[in-house]
Design a protein around this ligand. Structure first.
Ligand code: SF4
Ligand code: SF4
Ligand code: FES
Length: 254
């Protein structure tokens, strides 16, 4: 037997909008995305929302629920009290297209700037071999579903549009860390790239990105902090500095 619950849903476009009030039926076991779909079916047929899998795997239904960045399809209605008003707004760090749909191109632009995996020149595909321990180390980062909730949460860009040009964000830092740890990646300038071109130095390890990741990736502890430590090692360790001077490895990969 369903109950009626109160929702406030942001509606508008890139020129502005407002929160609209709705009373909607809610049934046992439903998630917030079910309610948005019911709204579309009964009261707001043109309400725009992006979704695909309804299983927490495509990363497309990111929004803010009661001000917290979350996946609509993985937020159970049972997590709210019976009398609570549930407010659904678009993610804040990206420009609104319409209603709950935002333009996430910033993330794809930053992904395109990332130097691709560079396999060793003397090995043909099929000859690559890795230790299981190396596979497992990067596996955590490969769980990323590209929901961009971490990007949306990061204070460096959330209220500072002007930082986007120089800051790639936590999702890109885990990709940088994954490639840096990859035993078959021939580039050795991943750390320098993260520091100079991706804006790793803007991050002050607040861990907010880690807190909202639906895949529970330890973004800060396992990717950002190790990358920051290795940047420091590489820049200030005299032995590393001397080795780079002698072997001039950086030039090989430019
Ligand atoms: S830990 Fe760094 S990347 Fe993550 S939210 Fe904080 S400042 Fe942003
Ligand atoms: S790291 Fe987590 S929060 Fe960030 S895009 Fe990937 S899955 Fe989403
Ligand atoms: S609809 Fe795919 S993650 Fe929510």
């Amino acid at each position: 037997m369903g109950t009626t619950r109160h929702f406030r849903v942001w509606r508008g476009d890139d020129e502005g909008g407002s929160l609209n009030d709705f009373d909607v039926e809610v049934n046992e076991g439903e998630v917030v995305l079910d309610i948005i779909h019911r709204l579309q079916a009964t009261q707001a047929p043109d309400l725009a929302v992006r979704w695909n899998c309804k299983a927490g795997k495509c990363g497309s239904c990111s929004a803010e629920i009661n001000g917290r960045p979350r996946l609509l399809c993985m937020t159970r209605m049972s997590t709210f009290t019976e009398t609570e008003t549930i407010t659904v707004t678009p993610v804040r760090a990206f420009p609104v297209i319409r209603d709950l749909v935002t333009d996430v191109s910033y993330n794809y632009e930053k992904a395109r700037e990332m130097p691709a995996f560079a396999p060793p020149a003397d090995l043909a595909p099929g000859e690559y071999r890795m230790q299981q321990v190396d596979v497992e180390r990067s596996q955590e980062f490969r769980k990323c579903i590209e929901c961009f909730l971490c990007q949306n949460t990061c204070h460096v860009v959330r209220d500072h549009e002007e930082n986007k040009e120089n800051f790639s964000g936590p999702r890109m830092f885990i990709r940088a860390a994954e490639l840096d740890m990859h035993p078959l990646d021939a580039r050795d300038d991943r750390k320098e790239h993260a520091h100079s071109d991706q804006g790793l130095g803007y991050c002050n390890i607040t861990k907010c990105c880690t807190e909202v990741c639906p895949e529970h990736i330890k973004i800060t502890d396992n990717a950002i902090i190790p990358m920051k430590e290795r940047v420091v090692d590489r820049k200030y360790d005299p032995v590393t500095w001397l080795g780079r001077k002698i072997f001039r490895r950086d030039q090989i990969n430019q």
